[in-house]
Unconditional design. Structure first.
Ligand SMILES: Cc1ncc(COP(=O)(O)O)c(C=O)c1O
Length: 398
């Protein structure tokens, strides 16, 4: 395993065990430097290779590299024809991107509650929200656990709507023996700095549909008929045509260089994350006040996040105090997420009340994301376990 050569940024030193440390080795650094020296900085041969390797890794026919998962989601919705006054079904327990891209196209995100165990979109809550305006369902594989794709596809087929997966957390996730990346019309991945593999910033759209792939690629670069690198290299000419008002979402070769190395190491990263999860599960299994993350049968969990739920009814402190105690002990944490329907934008624009989606509302009061990343040492993992245990012991009972 290559060493973690990057010096930690100041902000990462805040906690003895930060919530996240990227795993960047000498190979990644050398690849980026080599790209800088190559004379080709933006979309070019490295991006092309990264697309090919990524497509192979998930078993998809087509992969289009972009500069974020947010861009990927935007392009995917555009490609299936989502537009003004349409509706898109989205889980409420997700990041800003999943909802905002719907609004960028003039459509309305219709928020759905989540399953109490996986915290992924609850398929039983979807059908009653489908209207003649519904164009797509966009499940999120929360934390790296797959959503109920069979049930979601059955609903989508019945109503003739598209499924676009927000797979920002899902490298590598499997559902029913299939790798996430080919299950739906389009799948969108994130390579943001704290994801399971990173390009610094970046994203990817995968699909098996040639027409959708062509549309995503076209719109990812100004709606022009040829990639910039083909225009200026020996493979192409100066001539291009603008076919649609596209976006500037292309990935650079600098990012792709990083991505190629990270992709190569993603199996090793997943093994290490899984080992940490096993240690957490074993070390916390008997703590009745802590609910551990669920794993349904026949899935592979990517373990982007390890989300525990504290039983606040059995403790004298609330979730925020629990986090303060962890932070006080030098352990970085996060909360994924304040549900979309509880944000001012959604409350004011669409009239949501916190109690409208009660499972997510209740989960929000309990969830804490613990650190889980390949460079965590065994003693760091043990320290997190013993700290969680002692916070519970000190605050047992109301
Ligand atoms: C569920 C989810 N969707 C989409 C995104 C957006 O990813 P990106 O930062 O690559 O745009 C994120 C990022 O954190 C996410 O967690």
């Amino acid at each position: 395993m290559s060493s973690n050569a990057a010096a930690p940024a100041e902000s990462l030193k805040q906690f003895q065990i930060p919530f996240f440390r990227p795993t960047i080795g000498e190979a990644e650094i050398n690849s980026v430097v080599e790209t800088l020296r190559s004379g080709w900085l933006t979309t070019g041969p490295k991006t092309k290779r990264f697309e090919q390797e990524f497509a192979k890794s998930v078993g998809a026919e087509f992969a289009i590299a972009v500069n974020s998962c947010t861009a990927a989601l935007h392009l995917a919705l555009e490609a299936v024809g989502v537009g003004r006054d349409d509706e898109v079904i989205v889980p409420t327990l997700t990041f800003a991107s999943t909802g905002e891209v719907v609004m960028h196209l003039g459509a309305k995100p219709v928020l759905v509650d989540v399953c109490a165990d996986t915290l992924c979109i609850d398929p039983d809550q979807i059908e009653r929200l489908i209207t003649p305006k519904t164009k797509a369902i966009m499940p999120v594989h929360y934390g790296g656990h797959p959503a109920d794709m069979d049930e979601i596809h059955a609903i989508a087929r019945k109503h003739g709507i598209h499924v676009i997966e927000d797979a920002a957390h899902a490298i590598p996730t499997e559902y029913g023996g299939r790798r996430v990346g080919t299950i739906s019309d389009l799948t969108c991945f994130s390579f943001y700095a704290n994801k399971t593999m990173t390009t610094g910033e970046g994203g990817m759209v995968t699909t098996n549909d040639q027409e959708l792939a062509d549309r995503v690629r076209l719109m990812s670069l100004h709606g022009i008929s040829k990639d910039a690198w083909k225009r200026f290299s020996a493979e192409g000419s100066w001539y291009y045509e603008i076919l649609a008002p596209g976006y500037k979402y292309n990935m650079t070769d600098i990012n792709a260089a990083l991505g190629l190395n990270q992709l190569e190491r993603s199996g090793e990263f997943h093994q290490r994350r899984s080992a940490i999860v096993q240690a957490y599960d074993a070390g916390l299994a008997d703590v009745e006040e802590i609910k551990l993350p669920a794993v349904r049968p026949d899935v592979v969990h990517a373990w982007h996040l390890y989300v525990i739920q504290v039983d606040i009814e059995r403790l004298s402190i609330n979730r925020n105090d629990f986090i303060k105690a962890l932070n006080g002990a030098g352990i970085g944490t996060s909360v994924h997420y304040l549900p979309l329907h509880m944000h001012p934008l959604y409350r004011d624009r669409f009239g949501y009340q916190p109690s409208d989606l009660p499972v997510a509302q209740s989960a929000f009061d309990r969830i804490i994301s613990l650190p889980v990343y390949p460079t965590m040492t065994e003693s760091e993992v043990d320290y997190v376990i013993s700290t969680v245990r002692s916070i519970v012991e000190e605050n047992r009972g109301r």
